[in-house]
Ligand binder design. Structure first.
Ligand code: COA
Length: 320
């Protein structure tokens, strides 16, 4: 018995912010952003919270799967930008959709959040503990970036993607998850400084900070490694893979990964032009778009891979 994706859904806010719009608030240009990242525009949440967006994506996935909310045993939300420290975001989604029978918790693994959450759901389902789970990636990083820092604010967008997964004969074939905490400083966000009556100050929430070149080098090294690992662990040749659905941080990162792995870049679908880097949401949003366009056939082998703050990275190989 393994774990199969039986429904997908996604949601992005209506508000589009183009590169030209950003050039009005920081010193940048459409040409710089497009040529360095492949990003043309992103969605920015003005009314929706992280759990609002996640619940809309989750409901779309449930509708597609034909599964009632009460049938869900487990809700896992990959996010770095929950609405509160507690209740956790997954509990808030539970309340939105009425999944009264689910155990709910968040997975904090930055942009790798969805892949870690999917692999965690698979671990629970494989033991027989749970049968049906909602696995969601959602982030509103627009509330955590410094809108005066052109090195980071141009990269990110807000959104949510969700999948319903269930115990089945066909589905996930292999997975891995990796972390390197010692390198965490190259990509940090939302640090909370101490603040209390003894210190005589209130706690402060820090913005995102990033060493872009180090993150770039990390991604192009570690993603090929974890994909190679998941293929080797299942004896699957790379030629058998129909699509490599990789975290949508940057077109140049994906191009470099394809080149290093000697795989045609056409098998690495991209959509960051329209959404930017939506962090934990990027893999499930792309999965949902491709699924709704009818790109996946039963039996197709698909690799999912994420990378991000932590540092964290990992991969999942599944048969559609
Ligand atoms: N517009 C215009 N110029 C910018 C800019 C922007 N938005 N952001 C940075 N610059 C400037 C820098 O200040 C620097 O100027 P200088 O040479 O006068 O000092 C110059 O552009 C080059 O900066 P650099 O950081 O070397 O650019 P780069 O080619 O490494 O590209 C990134 C920067 C961020 C696009 C690239 O490093 C990257 O994509 N890294 C991965 C980031 C990522 O994906 N993070 C999320 C992972 S989950």
């Amino acid at each position: 018995m393994t774990t199969r994706i039986i429904g997908t859904g996604s949601y992005v806010p209506d508000q589009i912010v183009t590169n030209d719009d950003l050039a009005k608030i920081v010193e940048t240009s459409d040409e710089w952003i497009r040529s360095r990242t492949g990003i043309g525009e992103r969605r920015i949440a003005t009314a929706d919270s992280t759990s609002d967006m996640a619940a809309k994506a989750a409901q779309a996935a449930l509708d597609q799967a034909g599964v009632r909310a009460e049938e869900i045993d487990l809700i896992l939300l990959g996010t770095s930008s929950p609405d509160h420290c507690f209740p956790n975001g997954a509990c808030e989604i539970q309340a939105h959709i009425g999944a009264v029978n689910a155990a709910c918790f968040d997975i904090s693994a930055a942009c790798t959040g969805y892949v870690f959450a999917l692999n965690t759901a698979h671990a629970f389902i494989s033991t027989g503990m749970y049968r049906t789970a909602l696995v969601i990636g959602a982030d509103v990083l627009s509330k955590l970036v410094d809108w005066g820092d052109r090195g980071t604010c141009v990269l990110f967008g807000d959104g949510a993607g969700a999948t319903v997964v269930r115990a089945d004969e066909r589905g996930i074939l292999g997975m891995n998850m990796h972390s390197e905490g010692a390198k965490g400083g190259v990509l940090t966000c939302g640090s909370r400084s101490n603040g209390n009556f003894l210190l005589g100050k209130k706690p402060e929430l820090g913005y995102m900070s990033m060493d872009g070149q180090e993150v770039f080098k990390f991604a192009v090294k570690k993603v090929p490694e974890c994909i190679t690992e998941v293929l080797a662990s299942t004896g699957t040749p790379k030629e058998d893979i129909t699509y490599f659905v990789i975290h949508q941080a940057n077109y140049r990162i994906i191009e470099s990964i394809a080149k290093r792995m000697k795989i045609d870049p056409a098998r690495f679908p991209v959509n960051m032009e329209h959404y930017g880097n939506t962090s934990a949401a990027s893999v499930p949003i792309l999965l949902d778009e491709m699924n709704r366009e009818g790109k996946f056939k039963p039996g197709d082998k698909i690799v999912l891979s994420g990378f991000g703050g932590g540092l964290t990275w990992g991969a999942t190989l599944l048969e559609w």
